[in-house]
Design a protein around this ligand. Structure first.
Ligand code: FAD
Length: 397
């Protein structure tokens, strides 16, 4: 089939779990003669493969498999692939258990490779650096920088989906501090092999960990394991507002605190060693001590000013922030129900511009009224199955 490479029907920016799911859904929903341009600097499954392959998953194996078989193009990739492969490797694991994220990352790579070979997908290895509305053509005009070849390309399409992800939030530390420790990237804290290389083995080193999120607990777990196994002089100060941690609770047909509660091995570690006054009775308490940041902003600031200068590094595990949208002249906000992007001041829709994935999560309300943002492979997929048929109406008039 011959397709116009510079004037596709839709453009998907980003090749992580969300971008892969969007391409799969668009292939299933758009007309068979339509084309999709797909842009990513690497096409290696996004941040899961780049940073989190050593992280234990917080979702069950079955959910990764449900994602990997949710749309026809994915099923075709699995059917035609030689075996064993990344999907059969997941199928060999107990489906109700969690797993190392490298299994999920391998599945993303397999799906990504399969989609790149699809005859309706045109891939552009590069980074979108500019996005502009082109009034005469009623299309979005994207500039793609191909770093390897030092070239830029332009493409225009009526439908553009940003799946550009997010990165760990970094906040300024309180001041004035007698000595401000350097930040240690959260992603380093989440990768035991890199953490082991980064921190000295034979020298006293104090790490401050800020937060009580799922990521914070994983970092505490990694640091404790390191102190136990190879870095005996490593010590941790845990800056936490609470000792009562929040856990996801399986309610049979739904999960309470599905997106904000601790799950999997992080939940197990927290229950056994961190919750309430457990730290004081646990072997973990010999490595990790809690700095009480409860009581409000003034008390937190005072605790940080007092204790943080004693740290050699600080890891902030306080959430994730959406990557800046490339080159958009508008300040943009997301309609978390539909994935549509709008001008943030006036709320005017930006026709044909959408977002999906961790940077653009769906807002959900659970049966007891808790409002959360839905982040996870299968959650992205379910959201896309609902909204993509509406997104493509801009093309199928
Ligand atoms: C520590 C951690 C553990 C997690 N564990 C799980 C889990 O167990 N189960 C689960 O279901 N979910 C999990 N998630 C949530 C979620 O599934 C992942 O965050 C996932 O990586 C999000 O996918 P994404 O496609 O939205 O973003 P990303 O994976 O970040 O992908 C974004 C892609 O966009 C590309 N990009 C960015 N800007 C541009 C640009 N301008 N031009 C072109 N390309 C661009 C990037 O290079 C990247 O490839 C976890 C998240 C974190 C942070």
């Amino acid at each position: 089939m011959s397709i116009s490479v510079s004037r596709p029907d839709a453009v998907v920016v980003g090749g992580g779990a969300a971008g892969i799911a969007v391409v799969g859904n668009l292939l299933e929903t758009l007309r068979p003669d339509s084309s999709i341009a797909w842009i990513d600097p690497l096409f290696k499954g996004g941040r899961i493969n780049a940073r989190y392959r050593e992280v234990p998953s917080n979702t069950k194996v079955a959910f990764f498999l449900d994602y990997g078989t949710a749309v026809e193009p994915f099923r075709k990739i699995a059917e035609t692939a030689s075996k064993p492969n990344a999907i059969t490797a997941l199928q060999d694991l107990p489906e109700h258990d969690t797993c190392s994220l490298h299994y999920a990352g391998d599945m993303l790579q397999m799906l990504s490779d399969g989609l790149l070979k699809h005859d309706r997908v045109v891939s552009w290895k590069g980074t979108v650096v500019d996005t502009e509305w082109s009034a005469p053509s009623s299309k979005w005009s994207l500039t793609v920088q191909d770093d390897a070849r030092d070239e830029t390309q332009n493409l225009k399409a009526p439908l553009v989906v940003f799946c550009t992800g997010s990165s760990p939030t970094v906040a300024a530390l309180p001041s004035p501090m007698s000595k401000t420790p350097p930040f240690l990237d959260l992603d380093v804290g989440l990768k035991p092999s890199l953490l082991a290389e980064t921190l000295p083995r034979d020298q006293e080193v104090y790490i401050g960990v800020v937060g009580a999120s799922h990521s914070a607990i994983l970092v505490l777990m990694n640091l404790f394991n390191l102190a136990r196994d190879s870095h005996p002089l490593l010590r941790v100060r845990w800056f936490s507002r609470t000792t009562q941690l929040k856990y996801a609770v399986d309610k049979g047909t739904w999960i309470l605190y599905d997106n904000t509660g601790l799950k999997g091995s992080a939940a197990q570690f927290a229950r056994e060693h961190l919750d309430g006054d457990r730290l004081s009775h646990s072997k973990v308490g010999k490595v990790i001590s809690r700095v009480d940041c409860s009581g409000g902003p003034a008390q937190e600031k005072e605790a940080m000013l007092r204790e943080m200068p004693k740290c050699d590094y600080v890891v902030q595990a306080i959430g994730f922030t959406r990557q800046t949208l490339p080159g958009l002249k508008h300040n943009v906000k997301l309609d978390n129900e539909t994935g549509a992007l709008q001008e943030s001041e006036a709320g005017t829709p930006l026709p044909g511009l959408f977002g999906a994935g961790i940077g653009f999560p769906e807002r959900v309300t659970d049966p007891v009224g808790n409002v959360e943002y839905a982040v996870g492979f299968l959650k992205f997929m379910r959201f896309l199955k609902r909204v993509v048929p509406n997104w493509v109406k801009i093309i199928i008039k």
